[in-house]
Each structure stands twice: as C-alpha cells, then as structure tokens.
Design a protein around this ligand. Sequence first.
Ligand code: HAX
Length: 439
Amino acid sequence: MILQEKIQAQLPEWRERIKKLAKDHSEVKVAEVNIGQIVGGMRDIKSLLTDVSFVDPAEGIRFRGMSIPEVLKSLSKGRGNKMPLVGGLYYLLMIGEVPTREQALEVEAEWAKRSELPDYVYKMLKAMPKDTHPMILFTQAVMALARDSAFTKKYHEGMKKDAYWEPALEDSMNLTAKLPVIAAFIYRYKYFGEKKKPRYNPKLDYGANFSKMMGVSDRKGYAELARLYFILHSDHESGNVSAHATHLVGSSLADIYYAFSAGMCGLAGPLHGLANQECLGWLLDVHKKFGGVPSRDDLYKFAWDTLNSGKVIPGYGHAVLRVPDPRFTAQMEFAKKHFPQDELIRLADMVFDVVPAVLKEQGKAKNPAPNVDAISGTLQYYYGVREFDFYTVLFGVGRALGVTANYVWARALGQPLERPKSLTTKMLEDIVARSAEPA
Ligand code: HAX
C-alpha cells in the first residue's frame, strides 16, 4: 500500500531526529507553566508533539506546513475548478508531501476496497431506539469495529514495538474507509427509516460516494462541499479535545477504534463539535425574528441582546486563533461562489461584519473573529441536510483523517504512555505562599 511504503521510507530519519532530541537535549527547557494555566484548562501549555498540523494564532491551521489556501490550491492541481480529493489530503497528512494525482487516487482506491461494513454493525445500529442521538450511534459503530482490529490481534501475537505502526495504519485505512458508510447509514436510517446498506462505488471518490450514499441531490454540488468539509475539519493540531482524547487513549496502545471513539465522545460536547449546530440555530433565530435578513442596526441590537442574556455568540471566538479562521473563510468563499444569493449566506456575511465589532465593544473575547463553526452548518442546510444533530457526525468523519494520521505516527515514533502530573489545591497555595516570601 502506498502510504505504508512512503512512511517506511521516511521512518529512519524521523526516528533518528526524535532519538537525538530525547537523548541529547532532554533537559532543554521549552516553556514554564503558571497557575493560571493549570487552573485554566492547561491552555497554551506547550507539551504535545505532532508534525501533522500546527495552529498559528495569527494565521490559522497549517497542514504539514501548508496554509488552507495553499492546501486547496496545490491539492486541486489537475482537477480544473474542483475541490481536491480527500484521498490527496490524507496522503498529505500522512506523508507530508503533496501527492500526484495518481497517488491521491491510490488512497481513494484503498478506501473503496475497505469500505464494506460488517453485518453486525448494521444489526447493532438497528437495535438501538430510534431517538438515539446520531453521535451515540456513530461512536458505537466505531467501537464495535474494534472486534476486527489488526493492531490488537498482532499485539497479542507478540508484535515488536518497531512494527506497531503497520497494523495501526491498516486499522486507520479500514476505519476511515468505513466512516462515510457508517455516517450515511445513520443518516438514512435515523431520519428516513431506510434500512438498506449504503453502496460505496469504487468508480467514485470519497466525496462523491458520501454525497450519493447520503442521498443528497447532487444537482448543486454536495460532493464538492463534502470534499471541502472533510478536508477543513480533518485536523487542528493535537491539543483540541477530539484529537487529544484520541491521542491519549492511543498512548495506552488501545487500537484506533477505541482511541477514535474516545475522541468522538469528546467531539460530542457543546464546547467542541456541537457548536456548529448552535451557530446555525442562532442564524435561523435572527432570520425568523426579522422575517429575513435584518438591517445592520437590528442585527447589532440582536447580538447585544444575546450577550446581555448571558449567552455567547456561537461561531465566534477561539481558544488559540486570534484572526478569522481560514476554515471559515474557505467555506464562505465556497458559498459565495456557488450560492451567493442564499439568504442565510447573506445573513452570515452580515454577521461577520457586525459581530466582531460587538464582541470588541464588550471586551471579553480574546478573539472576536469567526471560527469554523460560524458557517459550516449553514452550508449543510443549503444542501438540504437540515437535521442539526447530525452535523457533529459530519465533523467526526472529517476529524478521523487527522487523528488517525497522528495515531499512526505516534506508534511509528514510539510515543510513550501519556501521563501528566497532578497537584492538589493546597500544593498550589503553598507554591503561591513561597513565591510571596522575600528572596
Ligand atoms: N461570545 C460571547 N463571549 C465570548 C465569546 C463569544 N463568542 N467568545 C469568548 N467569549 C468570552 C468567554 O465566554 C470568556 O468570558 P468569561 O471571562 O466571562 O468566562 C471570555 O470571553 C474570554 O474567553 P476567551 O479566552 O476569548 O475564549 P476561550 O478560550 O475561553 O473559549 C470558545 C473559546 C471557542 C469556547 C469561546 O470563544 C466560545 O464560547 N465561543 C462560542 C462557541 C463556539 O463558537 N464554539 C466553537 C469553537 C470552535 C471549535 O473548537 N469547534 O469544535
């Protein structure tokens, strides 16, 4: 398999670099930790290692060193005006190089071969009560697949540590291949009562298959949106909840199915992947209240009313970013290209104009600019995917691409069990008291 050969070729150099850092420079100080960070959710503590992506506070995410516009431009070479293949992005995340068209297609072909979902997964999903949240179904399906993990099987056969990454990659390819099928089945079954198994067509790519299996009319190009959406949601360095949970559980040498389902449990939280549905809900509230796109003054007042009622404005602000999220910009550009007259898009654009100023006036949010969630639900809504609680599942399919790349490399580079140290409140108070003593 192409990804396997490429990683194999790169491994000696990467292993040497990590070995040198750990052996020769382990005492070199990187940063200090203060009490604010310990009490404040470990914010900004520099303690994770990944080469797959990096969030630059002033610029946004970079996948393997490339900004979002660079990724979209270079991966879509040879595709006319079309969005890049998701297989090309996976190659970039895994290998760190822009693939040729053939290499991207090889990844796509691997996915097609591995896309079949075992019967027991369908049976399990169908046995659940109809009102089960789609993220519960999604996570259950992923976890059930652990039964067939190549990693776990080889581990119990006594595989050597150096070889961990190979079945980890095998599992990751199988998992990412099956996720669009799982998601589409949940969608058709839960909301439309359809019991038939989605069919993955090997002649189509990941995005087109997803669009077809979802049963969304592709007249207006849902496959293009699917490609863009999965690419943009794939990775956001390794400290966010879904990536970090996946990494942490993986560090115990649990297989990727266990590790990724842990990540998905985190994605299901309102401060993480659930935000996109809340953003769309807020936009629809505005739209409903004013019977369409309001005036700027009315919107300004509505935004202040939201803040004054003690709520946040969903889709705005970020824990790390300090500029408009380039993933927001890419989606807004997509919408303006494909459906500029859509009322919700015009409204989202006006919100982008008005809300940052309101948040600046309020003076609390460190970043008054939009994040990825400010618009992603709106695009789904346009194409008729209007079941809000399903949006986090879509995020999960995309997020798998980044976290599995991280998982494979973590095993390849022998990353150890993650185990930060805890302190008690009294210990922190004592540290404060000591620091106040005259030197
Ligand atoms: N509206 C109102 N107040 C906001 C705000 C917003 N959009 N964003 C931040 N603030 C407030 C915070 O609530 C906080 O107030 P308190 O001091 O009273 O607690 C203050 O500004 C400082 O917060 P911050 O340091 O700027 O932001 P955090 O790192 O604490 O939080 C969040 C980052 C994204 C959670 C935050 O900006 C927020 O709640 N935004 C709205 C929800 C949202 O869009 N979430 C999606 C995030 C993207 C993502 O990861 N998706 O998966």
